[in-house]
Write a protein that binds this ligand. Structure first.
Ligand SMILES: Nc1ncnc2[nH]cnc12
Ligand SMILES: [Zn+2]
Length: 335
């Protein structure tokens, strides 16, 4: 077992499902609260960690939006993103595609430019200092209105060269992809790729809507697609990737026992599943810890681990040439 963990630690990997605001560790939360003179309802780091006990997605989101209130200045977004990249370098993650939630900040009066400038300055430094390549994905908050999403898309257009794709996150139930069909149509016309959280808590119908109405290039989570055999066949045939987040599924109670986690079944069904951390500060683990959690409980083989990592590179939004270079590194490592 320790051998496999070591194998995972050193393996070149990609991360395709990471909310940068969800990588805010309690220590940095405290430091930024102090720097920005903001009150947070916790006295110690331990109190923050103790508050991270969730029974569903909304429980988590309430505390996640509260946590991001300490992010105000360009330097705050830089520090947040650079801390994440430093961790990724330690974990041998060589490519990241990260989400950000601009509405979580612009609604508090933080300018869109402040957010994206800080994040992309850190991504540039991550490439220069660690050789980590990256893509940025703008997520619309689905509990907010279609108008608010259109407004956010308009704010993003001056920065389009820094944003690869749009996504959809936040409270899934009651906010189906169809609510944002027109926003995604416009975003695609503007040249953005598209992803959406679907089937995390929501039913298979939401996954169909993400495919048919939002025309997503990749699905975030997608776990509940397994309830519909026709949908599984469609996902397997099209090889639309699923960005699966094992520890997130466990912490948000979709999966109550890691031995019942569906990722092995997804591989067996021919789905292009990948391993990701979602909100590592809140769910107790970055990429390697997510691999560790499934190898133990699902008895994954080295070949299956390599397949998951390969899927991560194949499902990335890199050029075919860049993908091939990363896959060659992985093959050399696995040989
Ligand atoms: N797991 C998740 N699902 C939906 N929205 C999110 N925002 C941050 N993490 C999320
Ligand atoms: Zn997510």
């Amino acid at each position: 077992m320790d051998d496999l963990k070591r194998f995972i630690q050193k393996m070149p990997k990609a991360e395709l499902h990471l909310h940068i605001e969800g990588s805010l560790e309690p220590e940095l939360m405290f430091a930024l609260a102090k720097r920005n003179d903001i009150e947070i309802p916790f006295a110690t780091v331990q109190e923050v960690r103790d508050a991270y006990s969730f029974s569903n997605l909304q429980d988590f989101l309430d505390i996640y939006y509260q946590g991001m209130s300490v992010l105000l200045k360009e330097q705050d977004f830089y520090d947040l993103t650079f801390a994440y990249l430093t961790k990724m370098q330690e974990q041998n993650v060589i490519h990241v595609e990260i989400f950000f939630d601009p509405q979580g900040h612009t609604d508090r009066g933080v300018p869109f430019a402040t957010v994206i400038d800080g994040i992309t300055r850190a991504l540039d430094d991550g490439l220069a200092k660690f050789g980590i390549t990256s893509k940025l994905i703008l997520c619309f908050l689905r509990h907010l209105s279609e108008d608010a999403a259109f407004d956010t898309l308009a704010q993003a257009l001056p920065f389009r060269d820094r944003i690869t794709a749009v996504g959809l996150d936040s409270s899934e139930m009651g906010h189906p992809p169809s609510k944002f069909a027109r926003v995604f149509e416009k975003a695609k016309a503007e040249g953005f790729l598209a992803v959406a959280h679907a089937g995390e808590e929501g039913p298979p119908e939401y996954v169909y809507e993400a495919l048919d109405l939002l025309k997503v290039d990749r699905l975030d989570h997608g776990n509940r697609a397994l309830e519909d055999t026709a949908l599984v066949t469609r996902l397997a045939d099209s090889q639309i990737a699923l960005t699966v987040c094992p520890l997130s599924n466990y912490k948000l109670a979709g999966v109550t026992d890691m031995r019942a986690h569906p990722i092995k079944k997804m591989l067996d069904l021919g789905l292009k599943a990948t391993v990701n951390s979602d909100d590592p500060s809140y769910f107790g683990g970055y990429v390697n810890e997510n691999y560790d959690a499934i190898i133990e409980s699902l008895s994954l083989t080295k070949a299956e681990i390599l397949k998951l990592a390969r899927n991560g590179f194949e499902a990335s939004f890199c050029s075919e040439k860049e993908k091939q270079a990363m896959i060659s590194r992985l093959e050399a490592y696995g040989a």
